[in-house]
Design a protein around this ligand. Structure first.
Ligand code: ATP
Ligand code: MG
Length: 409
C-alpha cells in the first residue's frame, strides 16, 4: 500500500503557509489490512482510520457517486483498485486535489499547482455540482486566501450559480452549513465569503435577510457608503481587522437586518429597524442552529446597537436599563462583546474607519460605576427581597447620574 498527504497539507506547504491538520489517503489497502496494522476505524460514512501512534487521519482511496438529493445521497466505493487519480478527481478544488509522498513527489493530475500560482480557485470536475456544500467551501477558501490574491474561476462561479438556482442548497443540514459559515467568518476576509455567496446567488438561498440589504440606502450624512449591504460587508471586515471572536462577527453580520424591511417610501431612514430586525435575526439563528452565545449576542446587538452609538446622550435611567438588559453583573464578557460590535458598526462606514469611538470607554465606565454599588450597606439597612432589588436599582441610578455628570462635564 502507498500513503500520500492530500488536501490542505499539500496546498498550504506549497503556499509556504503553516500546516496544522494533515489528511492522508491510502492506496492499495483494504479495511482488514489497516486494522491488522493497528489503525483504528473511525469513519461512520467512509473508511477512515486513525494512526495508532500519531492519531492522524488516513482515508482509503475512494470514488463517490451521487445517488440522491442532499448529502445523504452519496454512495462511495473504496477498494484497493481505486487509484490516487480517481480519489483526487472527486475533490472540490484543483488546489485541494494534489497529493505528495514521503519524498515530496507531487501527484497533480488536475493542475492544482498551476492554479495555485495563478491564484485561482477552480473546481476539479463537473462532479463538483454533486455536493452543494462546495459552494460554501469555495466561498470560504476565497475568504481565507483573498489576501494572497485568490479569486474564483469564472467557470466555477457558473457552476456555483447553477447549484444555487437549482434549490439544492436547501438540502444542506444546519450543522454542515454552520460549520462552513462559522469557519468562514473567522477567516481574515469574512466579507469576501458573503460577497462570493452573493455573486453566485447563494446568499439569496441561504441568508436572504442579508441579501435583501443590498440596494437599500441609508442617510449619506451618517453612512457615506449609503448601501446597507456594503455597510454590512465593511462592518464584517472591521471585525476581522480587529480580531473579534465569532460571537461579535456573527452579530456584525446580522445587526441591521431590520433595514431590509423598511418600506421604500421611508428610505433612506430606518425608524425602529432595531426592533423590526429581531424576528429576522431569530429566524437566521434558528435556521443554522447557531450556538447559544452567538444567537444571544446577535439579538442584543440588533436591539441595542443604536443605544451604543448614542451612549453619551442617553439619560441615566436608559443607561441603567441597557446595563440591566445585558445582565452586566453576571455576564461582563457579553457586554464587552456588545461594545466591540457597536464599535465595528461605527468603523464599518466609508471614510470613518479610523475615527475614534469614545462611546466604548464611556459604556465601560458606566458598567463599572453600576457594578461598584455595594449591596452590603443596603442589607444592613434591612432591605430584603424585591425591596432590596428596588433599592439597589435606585443606588445604581444615582451612581450613573454622578458618572454621567462627571464624564460629560
Ligand atoms: P483546511 O485547512 O480548512 O483543513 P482542507 O483543504 O484540508 O482545508 P478539509 O475539510 O480538511 O479541508 O478536507 C480535506 C480535503 O478533502 C480537501 O482539501 C478536499 O480535497 C477534500 N474535501 C473535503 N470536503 C470536501 C467536499 N465537500 N467536497 C469535495 N472535496 C472535499
Ligand atoms: Mg484539512
Amino acid at each position: 500500500m502507498q500513503v500520500y498527504k492530500v488536501g490542505g497539507a499539500v496546498r498550504d506547504r506549497l503556499l509556504g503557509l503553516p500546516v496544522t491538520d494533515v489528511d492522508r489517503v491510502v492506496v492499495g489497502a483494504t479495511t482488514e489490512e489497516m486494522i491488522a496494522k493497528g489503525f483504528r476505524p473511525v469513519g461512520a460514512d467512509f473508511p477512515v482510520f486513525l494512526h495508532p501512534k500519531t492519531g492522524e487521519e488516513y482515508a482509503l482511496a475512494r470514488t463517490e457517486r451521487k445517488s440522491g438529493r442532499g448529502y445523504g445521497g452519496f454512495t462511495f466505493y473504496a477498494s484497493p483498485e481505486v487509484t490516487l487519480e480517481e480519489d483526487l478527481i472527486r475533490r472540490d478544488l484543483t488546489i485541494n486535489a494534489m497529493a505528495e509522498d514521503d519524498q515530496l513527489n507531487l501527484t497533480d493530475p488536475y493542475h492544482g499547482q498551476r492554479d495555485l500560482e495563478a491564484r485561482i480557485l477552480r473546481h476539479v470536475s463537473p462532479a463538483f455540482a454533486e455536493d452543494p456544500l462546495r459552494v460554501l467551501r469555495v466561498a470560504r477558501f476565497a475568504a481565507r486566501y483573498a489576501g494572497l490574491g485568490f479569486t474564483v474561476a469564472d467557470e466555477t462561479m457558473d457552476l456555483m450559480r447553477q447549484l444555487s438556482e437549482s434549490g439544492e442548497l436547501q438540502a444542506l443540514t444546519a450543522e454542515r452549513s454552520w460549520k462552513e459559515i462559522s469557519r468562514a467568518l473567522l477567516e481574515d476576509h469574512p466579507q469576501v465569503f458573503i460577497q462570493v455567496l452573493r455573486d453566485c446567488g447563494a446568499l439569496k438561498e441561504l441568508i436572504p435577510e442579508v441579501d435583501a440589504l443590498f440596494g437599500v440606502p441609508q442617510p449619506e450624512t451618517h453612512h457615506p457608503e449609503i448601501d446597507t449591504g456594503l455597510h454590512t460587508l465593511s462592518v464584517l471586515e472591521q471585525s476581522a481587522l480587529h480580531r473579534q471572536p465569532l460571537t461579535v462577527r456573527w452579530a456584525c453580520l446580522l445587526h441591521d437586518l431590520g433595514k431590509g424591511l423598511t418600506p421604500e417610501d421611508e428610505w433612506p431612514r430606518h425608524i425602529a429597524h432595531e426592533h423590526t430586525g429581531l424576528k429576522l435575526i431569530k429566524a437566521v439563528n434558528e435556521r443554522f442552529k447557531v450556538p447559544k452565545d452567538c444567537q444571544e449576542l446577535a439579538l442584543l446587538v440588533g436591539q441595542y446597537h443604536t443605544h451604543g452609538h448614542r451612549a453619551l446622550e442617553l439619560k441615566a435611567s436608559t443607561l441603567l436599563e441597557l446595563l440591566q438588559s445585558f445582565d452586566i453583573y453576571r455576564r461582563p464578557q457579553r457586554f464587552e462583546e456588545f461594545i466591540a460590535a457597536c464599535e465595528m458598526d461605527a468603523r464599518g462606514r466609508k471614510g470613518l474607519e479610523q475615527r475614534s469611538y469614545p462611546q466604548a470607554d464611556y459604556l465601560r465606565g458606566a458598567a463599572k460605576a453600576a457594578r461598584e454599588v455595594a449591596v452590603q450597606p443596603l442589607l444592613e439597612q434591612g432591605f430584603k427581597g424585591p425591596e432590596l432589588g428596588e433599592a439597589l436599582k435606585r443606588e445604581r441610578l444615582k451612581a450613573l447620574k454622578a458618572y454621567k455628570e462627571a464624564a460629560t462635564a
